[in-house]
Design a protein around this ligand. Sequence first.
Ligand SMILES: [Fe+2]
Length: 449
Amino acid sequence: MKAVVMPNSELIRSGRNLRGLLNDLKRDVPTAAKELGISEQELNSYIAGEMIIPLLLINKAVEIWPLNIRDFFILEDDTSNGMLFFSKEKSESSSRILKRGGQDYYEYRDTAMSKGSTFRPEWIKELVIVENNDPFSKKIFWNKGHFLHQFTYFVGPVNFYYEVNGKKYCVPMNTGDSMYITPYVPHTFTTRKNEKGEFGFILAVTFGGKIFGDAQQELSLLGHDLSKDFLIDYSKNPTGNIIKKFREQMNISQEYLVENSLVSLKRLIDIESGKVVASKEEMDKIALTLKIPSRELIPLQLEDPVIIVLYNNARKWQNNSYTFVELSSPIKLPYLKAFEVNINTNQKSYFIKVISHQYLYNVSAENILLYFIDTSNTFKEVLLRPNDSVYLKPNIQHGFISEGGKLLVVRIGGRLTGDTMHELSLLDQRGFERLCGELTMWYDPSGAT
Ligand SMILES: [Fe+2]
């Protein structure tokens, strides 16, 4: 085993993380050092990012404080100042063939993925060839569905099979078609031979939504029995079920709630049981009594668990010499946006900057020049040849130059979206830099302010 070597910037982030943990526990350095049984000087060197925190010390810390071992480990940055390039050669060298039913089923290849993002995009070639679109074909081997959401872009003639509500479907897909599939929906793919005798492949971008990471850890900690009450009953008007959950949070009776919300008791009972839909006005009044934002009471709209967009039906728009073709994305994941971007320009303009993590894959036969301002404020260029791919951090200004190049662009929200983005925005902004890595104690022991 090689010794663990941490780059300086990661040591510094790790030290700031430790400072943050001690602040949250209300421990100053003398107190924490004493409790850990080390010198103040040693603890200070960890906080300053001068030394790696030894595992033995972390074990001691989790023994005496309500912390988890994972709290001490930071996300590693594997990008080169915000961008990670993945060549087609590297992709080809990751090739592995997985069998189903004793036969070769898929060839998988990795493409650009970063430790900082939640997506795992794969190039997958279907190795089973079918002559028809029968979802009951003996040649097909289904999966059980999986935890990650999946966006898929199709290249060539590929059959997509899925099972919803006990019914099996087969949809013949072609280049540029796309689909989104909800976690745990069983599915599989095969290839057809088209008129030119070509077989197909897919770019399957699987990714974790909000449940990925800490939320999943909490589910695992609570277990099935304690976790099932988190489920909102979407089988009937869900607003009533949400109101009930908030009412129970405050131990408020239905009578008390109606007294203060100017809604009749009968009406509240019907709303909570899902018999009737609450009006916007009723939701506002109830939310006011519960002291919650009205938006908490608005459920997501129901949609199909599988969303298929055929290329010819896709919305298209033009912006700055790029043509955007909108690919599949569900409404329930507002930060997931996928496009095929057609580029026909030799002009530079840094107009693209998005709050999502991005995955880019050159799906065309033309070269594409990606240019961007990296996180050290330096101008960079990288040539994306056919089948090269890239991961880009959020909020990096960038653009493309190509004569007829075509990029698959998948934008996936990270951990800082939705409610988290609102919470972040409403903090006292004097602390923003400390939030990105704690720099200081939460007070000055000298008494200065
Ligand atoms: Fe899948």
